[in-house]
Design a protein around this ligand. Structure first.
Ligand SMILES: [Zn+2]
Length: 1021
């Protein structure tokens, strides 16, 4: 039988969804399951069942706390009464949305568990814990019958979620879709100051369990509502602390919520790619375990209800187009129904683009479900009713917002809870009525994720067994594992066709697509290579993370909502070859179970051990594991035991082989035992005493640094700018101070917050028991101050190393901690969270040991540096002269001018001027040295280690508009300052767990902190 060409296969598949819909009955005409009478509830109107009594005291309070009648709907303007099931009042002491009460997580959980105890329609599940050990829960609400059949129902959904289990049989899938109940997963208050969701969700759970109105019964009978009332539990308890403090200290300045989770604040909703935070892992596991169809995440920053799921372009390029239609269906139905209720300010569309898959809700989008997000209107972490004046942009009437929010309004938590519950109930009702279609879509999306390998491709990504960075490779594969992606491993070598295009020279990735007519070649991958097959249900998230992103500068969307590029193999600096040749799927391979470990241990025998420097992060972990042992770093490459070791490799003495072997196995580090130390110049690798420095203005971006250090078991002290201001002898405690990006400019770092009004404490106390002891102060207002600046300067002058990044690097430059450096900004919005290519400038610097050329780095906004050998000078530009620099005169552009009437003796010619590249300082001339006051001594001049690549190869992934003001400029600069160093990063080397490939730049700096001048060649003049 002849093999069918792949394109024909694609055409056949493309017709399937239409056929499936044609055969399915309209979803809303019958009730498929249930022993009760086949009453059609789908047309039920919202509103109470007149036969069910209401809780009149509770209902009266709803009306009291709602500021206008039109902020209510027929779904929430009453509370049904129950003789057996407690209302939220039982725990809150008042109704949900009362102006004096924000409940702690334990109160919310206590209520949910009381509800589960009292109602057979409710079950509570523990889904994990947070970084600080607080519990996360999921509450399931459905009819008794559905709750009793949860396992049976889940088994059905599992078949739709993994169509391979039913041999991709559409008929079987249709039968399941006709009888299964979907799972609609609602997640609340990931953003701690957006504090209304928990009370709304307590009441929602009660309504779904108790209300006998046909509208609610229809929901309860036909789908399972799953609720995580609090996603950021650590931050929840802190925001309640701060709210309670506010109530006890009327009229005082309230402490800003500087910490939400242990590590990050608002960015906890950017972790759905890197999966570094427990809350992301727990929600993903719950979503995957329940085989849910939706994640609906609740936020509160836009009036009055913005269904931002639909958002604006560009949409993410890796999701199934069926999903984008589903966003529109559910979203516009929501607007329609709530507008019908007369609730103002309900809209969809807006400016949010749906490009980045980093948002929590996007777990569903990248795992064949439906992502949804509401912005309702919150009062910023308080339960109080507040007079609010909205901005014109929030209240103007637009095509997608015909009934906009009111310009001035008294707004209550109860109003917010009304909007949240009404929107959710409308969505649940719509989903229940169209459940069959949504389940068929769920199946189709899952199926097309499997057929993707042979339809649109790629067939797989291959991570070669011989990657020079097996540790980073394992880290990348473990991110995919957390994403529930299946990973396989080749048992024998295999050969496939790959694109010969060298466009992505750094990673050697295969950029071929079906349309690519470029030449191809074959490549043989060794046994043990990892294969991420695209014929699996969760192929889309793997593809989205491993592929490249291109955001056109011509895109109509000029304000990307978040990062535009994230290509994980580039950020991790490992190879992942995109293979479109479907033969790869036939290579002999086995599934990897459990965590991926890079091979490690000691080979050979001897008392000295050599460890190659490949910039894997475990090298730093290992050094700190044996903090007291003798670790040397080779300043040149060398050969030993028949192996080549790169510059920067470790030479270890004084550790028993068995101990090193155990640690090396655990950490995935390969060590070679030698009889004697190799003959190579070396300096000590120090287990430096490190502090991570934060301000009280913003801690989020440095939180990613702490997170990485904790994961890698690298110890550090956590200090604030106030601690620095109080300590004139920082060298006694620290060798290296890391100052990751913070909020505000240099002046704000010095000044802190305004000193007027009352002290603003951030302190663990009986009043605020959930403020952690991680960082505390009696008064958040004072900044670094001039004393702190002086202490930092003294720390560096006496030999310490200060590492600064992005805005803290600008601070160091602005306040005179560096000589001969200026900071450049790129044109606004020309780079927005992109990966950019770098080149090594000085590979002898310890800071770049083991780091390969062409490293991709994360650039937030295209910032860079220029260097100069003179104080106050600006290097690099305009110093080159050349043809284009000549004045008007005779001859061509390259010719010299000739002055008429005098001899042309070459001895009067100026010496040729050196070409100065943008990453270089202009050379010091004899003329300049005649007055050397501003000439920086050679050993105090900035040393450029990494620069941005040339413009044509600058963009790795994301948006780059132009780039002439970024290309070739310095990215990482080591600036000596008396006995110490200030190291400047224009990129952020530790970002959201996505830049594993850049971490070594920081760890190298720490390990060689007192030898950073190694390999340096000083200028002659
Ligand atoms: Zn939010």
């Amino acid at each position: 039988m002849m093999k069918r060409p792949t394109f024909a296969f694609g055409l056949v598949l493309a017709t399937l969804p239409i056929a499936a819909f044609a055969q399915s009955a309209p979803a809303s005409t019958s009730r498929e399951s249930g022993a009760s009478a086949p009453v059609d509830l789908s047309a039920a109107k919202p509103g109470r069942d007149p036969n069910q009594p209401i809780d009149s005291a509770y209902t009266a309070k709803i009306k009291e706390y709602t500021t206008e009648p039109f902020f209510l709907s027929p779904l929430v303007d009453y509370l049904p009464a129950s003789k057996t099931v407690p209302t939220p009042k039982a725990v809150l002491g008042d109704i949900a949305g009362a102006p004096t009460k924000l409940p702690y997580s334990k109160e919310v959980y206590e209520y949910m568990r009381a509800l589960a105890k009292a109602s057979p329609r409710v079950k509570v599940y523990s889904i994990g814990t947070t970084e600080e050990g607080r519990e996360m829960i999921a509450v399931a609400v459905a009819s008794e019958e559905l709750i009793q059949k949860l396992d049976e129902n889940k088994a059905k959904l599992a078949k739709l979620a993994d169509p391979r289990t039913i041999n991709m049989d559409d008929k079987v899938a249709e039968e399941i879709a006709a009888s299964a109940a979907p799972v609609y997963y609602i997640t609340g208050t990931i953003h701690s100051p957006e504090a209304g969701a928990p009370t709304a969700l307590m009441e929602l759970a009660y309504r779904l369990a108790v209300d006998e109105s046909p509208y609610i019964r229809n929901i309860r009978d036909n789908l399972i509502t799953l609720i995580t009332p609090i996603v950021e539990v650590d931050g929840r308890d802190r925001v309640v602390d701060v709210f309670n403090w506010k109530m006890k200290h009327p009229g005082q300045t309230v402490p800003p919520l500087v910490y939400w989770g242990k590590y990050v604040a608002h960015d906890n909703n950017r972790d759905a790619m890197g999966m570094t935070l427990k809350l992301t892992q727990n929600v993903l596991n719950a979503y995957v375990d329940w085989k849910a169809q939706v994640i609906h995440d609740l936020h509160e920053s836009v009036p009055f209800l913005y269904d931002n799921t639909i958002g604006d372009g560009p949409f993410n390029a890796w999701i199934d187009p069926l999903l984008t239609n589903e966003w529109q269906m559910i979203g516009w139905n929501n607007v329609q129904e709530m507008t019908r209720f007369g609730m103002p300010g309900v809209f969809a569309h807006g400016t949010f683009d749906t490009w980045s898959p980093g948002y929590l809700m996007f777990i569903a989008a990248t795992h064949n479900g439906i992502s949804r997000l509401y912005e309702t209107f919150g009062n910023g972490g308080t339960a109080e009713t507040v007079e609010r004046t909205l901005s014109p942009s929030e209240t103007e009437r637009t095509w997608y917002r015909q009934n906009p929010p009111l310009p001035r309004v008294k707004w209550s938590l109860r109003n917010n809870n009304n909007y949240e519950q009404t929107g959710l109930l409308v969505s649940l009702s719509y989903f229940a009525n169209n459940r069959r279609q949504f389940l068929e879509n769920f199946y189709q999306k899952s199926k097309r994720s499997v057929t993707k390998a042979k339809v649109e491709g790629p067939a797989a990504y291959v991570l070669p067994a011989d990657d020079r960075r097996p540790g980073a490779q394992a880290e990348l594969l473990n991110v995919l594992r957390k994403q529930a992606v299946e990973i396989s491993r080749a048992t024998v070598p295999f050969t496939v066709t790959v694109s010969a295009s060298a466009r992505r020279s750094a990673r050697g990735a295969d950029s071929a697509t079906k349309a690519d007519t470029g030449t191809t070649t074959t490549r043989t991958f060794p046994a043990g290579s990892y294969v991420v097959r695209m014929d699996q249900p969760y192929s889309r998230i793997a593809d989205a993370l491993l592929d490249y992103q291109y955001w056109s500068p011509n895109d109509p969307q000029k304000n990307p909502y978040d990062d535009t590029g994230w290509t994980f193999p580039e950020g991790f600096n490992v190879q992942a070859v995109r293979v479109t040749d479907v033969k790869v799927l036939d290579a002999p391979m086995e599934r990897v179970t459990g965590e991926v470990r890079s091979p490690g241990g000691v080979t050979g025998t001897g008392s000295v051990f050599a460890i190659n420097h490949n910039a894997d992060n475990a090298l730093a972990t290992l050094r700190y594991r044996f903090a007291k042992a003798d670790f040397q770093i080779a300043e040149e490459s060398f050969e030993a035991a028949g192996k080549r070791f790169a510059r920067g490799s470790f030479i270890v003495k004084g550790v028993p082989q068995a101990d090193l072997d155990k640690a090396a196995k655990e950490l995935g580090v390969q060590a070679v035992a030698l009889a004697a130390a190799p003959n190579v110049k070396a300096h000590p690798a120090r287990a430096a005493r490190v502090a991570i420095l934060h301000t009280w203005l913003g801690t989020q971006t440095e939180g990613w640094w702490r997170q990485a250090f904790d994961v890698l078991s690298i110890p550090f002290d956590y200090i604030s700018t106030q601690d620095v201001a109080k300590n004139p002898n920082l060298n006694a405690k620290y060798d290296v101070i890391l100052f990751p990006p913070t909020s505000g400019n240099g002046t704000a770092i010095i000044q802190g917050m305004p000193m007027w009004r009352n002290p603003v404490p951030w302190k663990n106390s009986p009043e605020t028991p959930n403020i952690s002891t991680l960082a505390q102060t009696d008064d958040m207002r004072p900044g670094l101050g001039w004393q702190g600046l002086e202490n930092l300067e003294s720390f560096v002058a006496k030999g310490g190393v200060l590492v600064t990044v992005a805005n803290t690097a600008e601070f160091a430059v602005q306040f005179g901690l560096t000589n001969g450096v200026t900071a450049n900004s790129a044109k606004s919005n020309s780079v927005v969270g992109s990966l950019l290519r770098t080149k090594r400038v000085d590979e002898t610097s310890p800071i770049v040991y083991g780091v390969s050329d062409n490293l991709a780095v994360y650039s937030d906004d295209g910032g860079s540096f220029s260097v100069s050998s003179t104080r106050g000078g600006r290097g690099g530009f305009g110093g080159g002269g050349g043809a284009s620099g000549r004045a008007t005169g005779r001859g061509t552009a390259d010719d010299p001018d000739v002055t008429q009437g005098r001899s042309v003796d070459p001895k009067f010619d100026a010496p040729p001027r050196a070409t100065v590249q943008p990453w270089q300082a202009a050379p010091v001339t004899d003329d300049m040295l005649r007055s050397p006051i501003n000439i920086i001594p050679p050993d105090q001049r900035p040393r450029v280690l990494l620069r941005f690549a040339d413009q044509k190869e600058l963009l790795v992934s994301g948006l780059l508009d132009g780039g002439g003001d970024v290309a070739q400029r310095p990215v990482v600069v080591d600036v000596p300052m008396q006995k110490g160093h200030v190291v400047l990063f224009a990129n952020n080397p530790l970002w959201r767990g996505e830049t594993i490939g850049s971490y070594a730049l920081v760890f190298n700096t720490m390990l060689s902190w007192d030898n950073l001048n190694a390999g340096r060649k000083l200028d002659e003049k």
